[in-house]
Design a binder for this molecule. Structure first.
Ligand code: GRF
Length: 220
């Protein structure tokens, strides 16, 4: 049976769209059972609706505490019984109980070469530091924000033309839209697991995250 995939979004949903496409053409062997947003106005919800995928909104503003929001989100997720939870531009920090419950099933994509620049404004920070390389990382979600075991990372060389907006676009087009569908594909096949806090790929722990070199042709 195909893995049950749920995607969590907050905004534009370009990563979501790439996942929808990869599921639709069977590059990812999963059923995309629901898309959940913490914002009713997330543009990405339209991609899900157009694809006939169930959408849910759990609006953080409707809850007075973070714990209440987490509980509502966890309830919503449970109803969809996900094998894989992919955070795709989901802009809320999740509490410890939530993370524990979905541990090992939950991936995130972050727009930096982690462990560099966890948190916000990653492109600006890479520019300010004069970095010659930038990119994005897929990692398991664990209790440390943006600190879970890294799965795959894609990097490119920065150029003199790269301002913040251009870097953001390059990270999305050159890296994120390739590595995230690939990572979810591996999860769906059972090739990627979290074992005692470490990412295991095809049965062996990863000493380093995988790279763009390991992308299968279907994801290049
Ligand atoms: C991506 O850069 C992702 O890494 C970050 O937020 C952005 C989301 O973009 N967490 P989109 O919603 O997938 O278009």
């Amino acid at each position: 049976m195909s893995a049950r995939l749920v995607v969590l979004i907050s905004g534009r949903g370009r990563n979501l769209r790439a996942l929808i496409e990869a599921v639709a053409d069977r590059r990812i062997d999963a059923e995309l059972v629901a898309v959940i947003s913490n914002r009713a106005d997330a543009e990405g919800l339209a991609y899900a609706r157009d694809a006939g995928i169930a959408t849910e909104v759990v609006a953080h503003g409707d809850y007075s505490t973070r714990a209440d929001f987490d509980a509502a989100l966890a309830n919503c997720l449970r109803r969809h019984a996900p094998d894989i939870v992919a955070l795709a531009g989901f802009m809320r920090v999740l509490g410890d109980d939530f993370v524990r419950e979905f541990s090992g099933r939950m991936l995130n994509i972050h727009p930096s070469l982690l462990p560099k620049y966890p948190g916000l404004h990653t492109h600006r920070r890479a520019l300010a530091a004069g970095d010659t390389e930038h990119g994005a990382t897929v990692h398991f979600v664990t209790l440390e924000v943006d600190g879970g075991a890294r799965v795959i990372q894609g990097a490119f060389k920065c150029t003199a033309q790269d301002d913040e907006a251009r870097l953001a676009e390059r990270v999305m087009q050159e890296v994120e839209l390739h590595i995230y569908p690939q990572a979810v594909c591996w999860m769906a096949r059972g090739e990627l697991r979290l074992v005692d806090g470490a990412a295991h790929f095809r049965g062996a722990p990863l000493a380093q995250p995988l790279s763009m070199q390991q992308l299968e042709d279907a994801f290049k």
